[in-house]
Write a protein that binds this ligand. Structure first.
Ligand code: SF4
Ligand code: SF4
Length: 97
């Protein structure tokens, strides 16, 4: 249960939709860099590849001043970890659980 430094939590963007927004979801899935769609807690999350410009060699170059939202991403966070487990089950924080 440790970070594998794959950098994926800084490379993926997840946009939540209401499941009733079927047309918008279809449009989002047609965009470049679309990766996959995941259902979670009553929402449909459309996942895109979108690497943060502050990521270098899979490490954050502004770690001390990074936005608060960055601390709530990835498997180490209680806030989004259940969602993140569906997006990236290979995250090191979910291994050997
Ligand atoms: S928290 Fe998980 S997804 Fe993010 S870099 Fe570490 S192992 Fe990869
Ligand atoms: S600011 Fe740092 S922690 Fe936040 S997404 Fe970018 S590289 Fe990742």
């Amino acid at each position: 249960m440790t970070c594998k430094k794959c950098g994926l939590c800084c490379k993926l963007l997840q946009i939540p939709f209401n499941p009733k927004q079927k047309q918008q979801i279809k449009l989002a899935e047609m965009k470049v860099n679309y990766l996959k769609t995941i259902k979670h807690m009553g929402f449909v999350y459309v996942i895109f590849l979108s690497e943060c410009k502050y990521l270098e060699n899979n490490l954050c170059t502004i770690n001390k001043t990074k936005p608060l939202i960055c601390s709530t991403q990835g498997g180490n966070s209680g806030v989004y970890s259940n969602l993140w487990k569906k997006i990236n089950p290979e995250c090191g924080y979910f291994q050997n659980q």
